[in-house]
Write a protein that binds this ligand. Structure first.
Ligand SMILES: [Zn+2]
Ligand SMILES: [Zn+2]
Length: 350
């Protein structure tokens, strides 16, 4: 099969022929129809993820068609169109038994623990635990984001964040996950303050219903003061959807008393642990929460909102490219990610 491969961290990846993936017991091989280009792929390529061994094929948010089914798979057949949470759970550990597959103790992640979906085919483990059917009428380009950014944002806002109608929600960083969070919070009846350094990203946030936008480039030490002013004392819920020491601290400082901070953006160890204003966490009784994808069994309420049109993940996809354009697009994620979501379609001509 053709795949995007990198041999060294931070060195341009290449498209080349590699062996087809093999189906594991309980797993499937999926023919990739679409795979999103996510900042996590960039972190992996840069060497920020200690689990990656070289050479490597990135890609973890995908949709496609089941091509081959391993032994012991009961619920899926060749030809089924599916997506998958980027955290593939084992289905057997204590976390899985408790329904917390997104923090499975022996999880696998395509594009991190093994070769991912910037390829014609990808292997996925434990299909009965992890696959999610893609409804007719939802394109694979749209469904790909349901494997990572959109589902992660849904769990961050609705699950961990417990958003309620009328609340103020601040979203620091309006890339794929941040814009998804804006759309989801608005659909839940919240008022959203969107924060980003890119005017294009803020325009999209406004189009998705943000009440106010803050240009973070005018606030290099963090946009928290602007958020507190706009929200009359602070947001009820604030997300760091970028993942940086500055946005993490700004998100915590954006909150009013008993507010909830949800850390969604990855904070790679190389950047050091962020300084969290813990005195404020105590004095205002803030909650600090993490959010790590979403288990396959938690998808139905989100899928219902997608089906009804209350959520429009299709609007997040701003460009589609072929495999040949992927290496350059991956490298650009660090400096010029562009507004909205780029999706790679392996069957698309360059
Ligand atoms: Zn992702
Ligand atoms: Zn598990």
């Amino acid at each position: 099969m053709r795949a995007v491969v990198f041999e060294e961290f931070g060195q341009e990846a290449r498209v080349r022929e590699v062996p087809d993936p093999a189906t594991s017991a309980g797993g499937v091989v999926v023919r990739v129809e679409a795979t999103g280009l996510c900042r996590s792929d960039w972190h992996g390529w840069m060497g920020h993820d200690p689990g990656i061994t070289l050479p490597h094929v990135p890609g973890h948010e995908l949709a496609g068609v089941v091509e081959e089914v391993g032994s012991g798979v009961d619920n899926w057949r060749a030809g089924d169109r599916v997506t998958v949470p980027f955290v593939c759970a084992c289905g057997r550990c204590d976390a899985c038994a408790a329904g917390a597959q997104q923090v499975c103790e022996v999880q696998t992640q395509p594009g991190f623990t093994h070769w991912g979906s910037f390829a014609e085919y990808v292997a996925l483990d434990q299909a009965d635990v992890n696959l999610v059917a893609v409804p007719d009428g939802l394109s694979s380009a749209t469904a790909a984001g349901l494997g990572c950014r959109f589902a992660t944002a849904f769990r961050a806002v609705v699950g961990q964040g417990r958003v309620a109608p009328g609340e103020w929600v601040a979203v620091h960083g309006c890339g794929g996950v941040g814009l998804s969070a804006v759309m989801i919070a608005v659909a839940c009846g919240a008022q959203v303050v969107a924060v980003d350094v890119s005017r294009q990203a803020l325009e999209l946030a406004r189009a998705f219903g943000a009440t106010a936008c803050v240009d973070a480039s005018e606030h290099p030490a963090g946009a928290d003061e602007a958020v507190r002013e706009l929200t009359g004392g602070g947001a009820h819920l604030s997300l760091d959807a970028l993942g940086s020491p500055v946005t993490c601290a700004a998100s915590v400082r954006s909150l009013r008393w008993q507010g909830r901070h949800v850390q969604v953006g990855l904070l790679p160890p190389a950047a050091g642990d962020p300084v969290v204003p813990m005195a404020r966490v105590i004095g205002l009784e803030l909650e600090i929460l993490g959010s790590h994808g979403m288990a396959a069994h938690a998808y139905p309420p989100m899928m219902d909102m997608v089906r009804s049109g209350a959520l429009r993940p299709d609007l997040l996809v701003t460009s589609t490219i072929g495999l040949d354009a992927a290496p350059a697009a991956l490298a650009a994620m660090g400096t010029a990610p562009g507004a909205g979501v780029t999706v790679i379609e392996p069957a698309k001509e360059a």
